[in-house]
Design a protein around this ligand. Structure first.
Ligand SMILES: [Zn+2]
Length: 90
C-alpha cells in the first residue's frame, strides 16, 4: 500500500536525484520501447500496430538517473493517484 504522501515523496526524490529529465507529451513518437510509470505502473506508451512504432499515450516525465538507468512517471500526479486507487494500492 502507498499513501498520497509517499507518492509525493517518491516523485520529489526523482526530481532531486535525476541528472536530467525530459517531458513527453501525448502523441510524442520519441519512444522506442514500452514504458510504464515507475510510481503507479500505468502504461505510458503503446505500440501502433500497423506502423510498428510506439507513441506516447500518457504525458510523462523521463528521468535520467545515470547513463543506463531511466525512470518514467506520469506527468500529472493525479494520474498516479487514480491508477493506484483503481488497483487498490492507495
Ligand atoms: Zn503514474
Amino acid at each position: 500500500m502507498k499513501t498520497k504522501q509517499s507518492v509525493v515523496n517518491q516523485r520529489k526524490s526523482l526530481y532531486q536525484d535525476a541528472e536530467r529529465y525530459h517531458e513527453f507529451l501525448k502523441g510524442d513518437k520519441r519512444v522506442t520501447t514500452p514504458r510504464v510509470c515507475g510510481v503507479c505502473g500505468r502504461p505510458l506508451a503503446s505500440l501502433v500496430l500497423n506502423k510498428n512504432e510506439y507513441v506516447t499515450t500518457v504525458p510523462h516525465v523521463r528521468f535520467h538517473l545515470d547513463k543506463i538507468f531511466h525512470v518514467n512517471i506520469c506527468k500529472d500526479i493525479m494520474s498516479c493517484y487514480r491508477t493506484l486507487k483503481r488497483k487498490g494500492e492507495l
